[in-house]
Design a protein around this ligand. Structure first.
Ligand code: FE2
Ligand code: FE2
Length: 266
């Protein structure tokens, strides 16, 4: 097993405390989305079943992220970082609740897409036991899966124009920005000092996860062009370049290493 030395560090980072305070002050109630934005207004051109299928994927994503947070709570020891994870878990539970409420009105919850399920399960398995890769699990969620979900949420919001969905989008995006910030600080600290071969191996695994997931979605998701129209065929490549930049920024690999491995880092 490859191990990231998840965190035995004794430092307490002021940035965690600032993020946690921001999160504590930014808590909101799921019921406020409904109160502010009323009932869902499905687009006339979109079959309800598809609408429900897409929103269901966001719900399943939140549930998977809650599982990730639980696993992190088993390994993170720094008190300020634990507070960030606990508040993130509260955020994700609230996100799941707003999607569940939305689905209650537009159609039943639809099953998770098998490709997405496989991605979540693979990433979660990296956080299991012994010297398991909590860092790889967190990078998979924070840098790749949650970032893509956020992109899809914003993209879809522009198409659906449902005030309730836009309200959800606005609220969820604020929370996700904090999660992303926490993930980047935490991962950067944890990747510092990690042996090169472990960093490279982790990078290859994350890249494999992205390729399997993005190409699988391109082939198998029921309405791929609707969600992915802008990126479409080049999404596998352009998406990876975005994630690669983020992985360079948190120190998993250097620009030179990325160039040598992939031939594309700019
Ligand atoms: Fe979330
Ligand atoms: Fe999140």
């Amino acid at each position: 097993m490859l191990g990231v030395p998840l965190p035995s560090q004794s430092f307490s980072d002021a940035r965690y405390a600032a993020l946690a305070n921001k999160a504590a002050h930014g808590q909101w109630a799921a019921s406020e989305v409904q109160a502010w934005a009323g009932k869902p207004q499905p687009a006339w051109w979109l079959p309800r079943k598809f609408h429900a299928a897409v929103v269901s994927q966001f719900y399943h994503g939140e549930m998977a992220t809650i599982r990730m947070c639980r696993k992190l709570m088993d390994t993170v020891t720094d008190p300020a970082a634990r507070r960030c994870v606990a508040l993130q878990m509260a955020d994700e539970e609230r996100h799941a609740e707003v999607y569940r409420d939305y689905l209650r009105e537009i159609g039943p919850l639809q099953p998770i897409e098998p490709i997405l399920k496989a991605a979540y399960e693979t990433a979660l398995s990296w956080g299991d036991g012994g010297d398991g890769d909590g860092g790889a699990m967190m990078a998979a969620f924070s840098i790749i899966l949650e970032a893509e979900a956020l992109y899809a949420l914003n993209y879809l919001g522009r198409w659906l124009r449902c005030p309730r969905f836009l309200r959800i989008n606005a609220r969820v995006s604020q929370d996700e920005a904090r999660h992303l910030a926490f993930g980047r600080i935490y991962l950067k600290q944890n990747f510092e000092g990690l042996e090169r071969h472990k960093r490279m191996e982790m990078y290859r695994r994350l890249k494999g996860l992205w390729r399997d997931t993005s190409s699988g979605l391109m082939k198998g998701f029921r309405i791929p062009n609707f969600l992915l129209r802008r990126r479409c065929r080049s999404w596998v490549e352009t998406g990876w370049r975005d994630h690669q930049k983020a992985l360079i920024a948190i120190g998993l690999i250097s620009m030179d290493e990325a160039r040598r491995l992939d031939g594309v880092a700019s």
